[in-house]
Design a protein around this ligand. Structure first.
Ligand SMILES: C[S@@+](CC[C@H](N)C(=O)[O-])C[C@H]1O[C@@H](n2cnc3c(N)ncnc32)[C@H](O)[C@@H]1O
Ligand code: SF4
Length: 364
């Protein structure tokens, strides 16, 4: 895989595949994703069902795949060959972007070499913080040494794309902790960094403990620090929570944000095709059962009317670097939150902090 391949811009009609692995070593108390730490006995059956489901879709005539994202949960938990076989069966386009989400404490050189052999050219690593006290406040299972070792393994296996996921706003995290995390993350020379404000998700243990909820002013300060440090390091913000070395934007996520078509395999995975979206059965048990029985794995779906689709398109694009046509935004009322260049309205850094409020003012 050459640099030109991975860094090539996504075409507007790119097609993506998402593969969900719903298992974790330990459930983080802030996480609301469909993933379980007490269902490891299902892993083999689940991977067999996933492989069968993907194989059938390929046999029915899956379009050529431009991007693959294997996410979770913790994909690094499952057998590397079983995961590789789910990727290897896909009709990949030349230069397809193939990402696997990894937890740092699972990454070994052997694992990365097997992924690379299967066509994986991008790793998204759940680093979250480079401060031991913050990792412990988040209840993570890895330490900073694991991150450094994991990055070496990714590089030694020749995998070029590297995203580091960071979270800011954990209980007790100081501005200096966050600054140190950003500097140490940048020193690892990733091609991409996602920095997420810790979100209190309904139904999680974190939601029940108000004493650990993040403070909005602290989150805003940390967002501005991220923008300064990452920009100074040569990365550019291209979506509110995402920065990349130019040319290394996540092509898979760009498909989501541009309302492109994608299909999701595995439990709880979402799909979209030309305004119709649907989502799969939420639990691995029900997904495995449906695949074995030859039944649909879809739980429910909806078709968006044109107005809703147009509005969602504008909301998604507003969050991105290029913004939306200025006629859709009452710029004069928004007091420095958006700026206009060449007829396009784009969020300023302050506007990015208040993107939801700006979205409410969109004129479809
Ligand atoms: C679903 S996880 C999968 C990756 C991997 N299991 C991990 O946690 O490192 C993907 C990313 O979502 C982010 N995330 C999950 N829950 C979050 C929350 N409540 N607030 C902010 N970010 C969150 C984390 O940064 C995480 O790396
Ligand atoms: S390891 Fe990742 S997917 Fe698993 S519970 Fe924690 S945040 Fe969620």
């Amino acid at each position: 895989m050459t640099k030109e391949h991975l860094a090539s811009p996504p075409s507007v009609d790119s097609f993506g595949v998402y593969i969900h692995v719903p298992f974790c070593h330990k459930k983080c108390d802030y996480c609301a994703f469909a993933t379980w730490a007490d269902k490891h006995s299902l892993v083999d059956d689940y991977m067999a069902a996933l492989r069968a489901d993907i194989g059938r879709a390929v046999d029915r005539g899956l379009p050529i795949v431009d991007t693959v994202f294997v996410g979770g949960g913790t994909p690094t938990i499952v057998d590397a060959d079983a995961l590789a076989s789910c990727i290897e069966v896909l009709p990949l386009a030349r230069g397809a972007e193939v990402t696997v989400e990894c937890n740092p404490d699972d990454v070994t050189l052997t694992l990365m070499q097997r992924y690379s052999q299967a066509g994986v050219n991008r790793i998204s690593m759940g680093v979250q913080s480079m401060r031991p006290s913050v990792l412990s406040a988040l209840g993570r299972t890895h330490d900073v040494k694991h991150v450094n070792e994991a990055v070496k393994s990714v590089r030694a296996a020749g995998i070029e794309g590297l995203n580091l996921d960071l979270i800011y706003g954990a209980h007790g995290e100081t501005l200096d902790d966050w600054l140190a995390t950003l500097h140490e993350a940048v020193e690892l020379s990733p091609t991409h960094i996602s920095a997420y404000a810790l979100t209190v998700e309904a139904g999680t243990p974190l939601a029940l403990d108000a004493s650990r909820h993040p403070d909005d002013d602290d989150l805003a300060d940390k967002y501005l620090i991220a923008e300064d440090v990452l920009t100074a390091a040569g990365m550019a913000n291209y979506e509110i929570s995402n920065w990349s070395v130019p040319g290394f934007e996540c092509r898979h996520n760009m498909i989501y944000w541009r309302q492109g078509d994608y299909v999701g395999f595995g439990c709880a995975a979402h799909s979209h095709e030309k305004g119709r979206r649907w989502w799969n059965l939420r639990t691995p048990e029900r997904y495995i059962h449906a695949v074995h029985a030859g039944e649909s794995t879809e739980a429910a779906g909806e078709t968006l009317d044109d107005g809703t689709r147009r509005r969602e398109r504008l909301e998604l694009l507003l969050r991105m670097r290029d913004g939306i046509e200025a006629r859709h935004v009452p710029v004069a009322d928004l007091n420095g939150l958006v700026e206009v260049h060449d007829g396009m309205a784009r969020l300023t850094v302050q506007g990015r902090l208040l993107a939801n409020e700006v979205s409410l003012k969109i004129i479809p």
